[in-house]
Design a protein around this ligand. Structure first.
Ligand SMILES: [Zn+2]
Length: 128
């Protein structure tokens, strides 16, 4: 079942005719299209201090000091508040590079943990 986000109130809908929340009649195609049916990120957000997690997001609402963003279709109704200095221009190549490095680091740490656990199983008790 496709999810349609109403552009007036940002409620998710499964009915293709009108918004069950605000009653807007849906136009699902053409220049007057008033629903969001695919998540199309327009920015990158860095939500967590100390982390290097970079997430693709879409601006839902702009505040004075914060942007309200969705990182998926269902988040349009409850966007996340992110300080403006933590919202960046969308850059697919940069996002791909960061994501790849994060995966490499995760794989490396997993491999080290496995080798370390292997060494620990070789420890012999001193006295028996
Ligand atoms: Zn609506």
């Amino acid at each position: 079942m496709n999810i349609l986000i109403c552009k007036s109130c940002f409620s998710p809908n499964t009915t293709p005719t009108c918004c069950t929340h605000c009653g807007s009649l849906f136009i699902t195609e053409g220049a007057d299209k008033n629903v969001i049916d695919t998540f199309a990120p327009t920015c990158l957000v860095h939500r967590y201090e100390g982390s290097d997690l970079l997430e693709p997001a879409a601006i839902v609402k702009e505040g004075k000091r914060y942007q309200y963003v969705a990182t998926g279709l269902l988040e349009y109704a409850r966007p996340t508040k992110v300080a403006k200095e933590r919202v960046f221009k969308y850059d697919q190549a940069l996002l791909d590079s960061v994501t790849l490095l994060r995966k490499e680091r995760r794989d490396y740490v997993t491999a080290i943990d496995t080798r370390m656990a292997g060494l620990w199983t070789q420890l012999q008790p001193l006295s028996r």
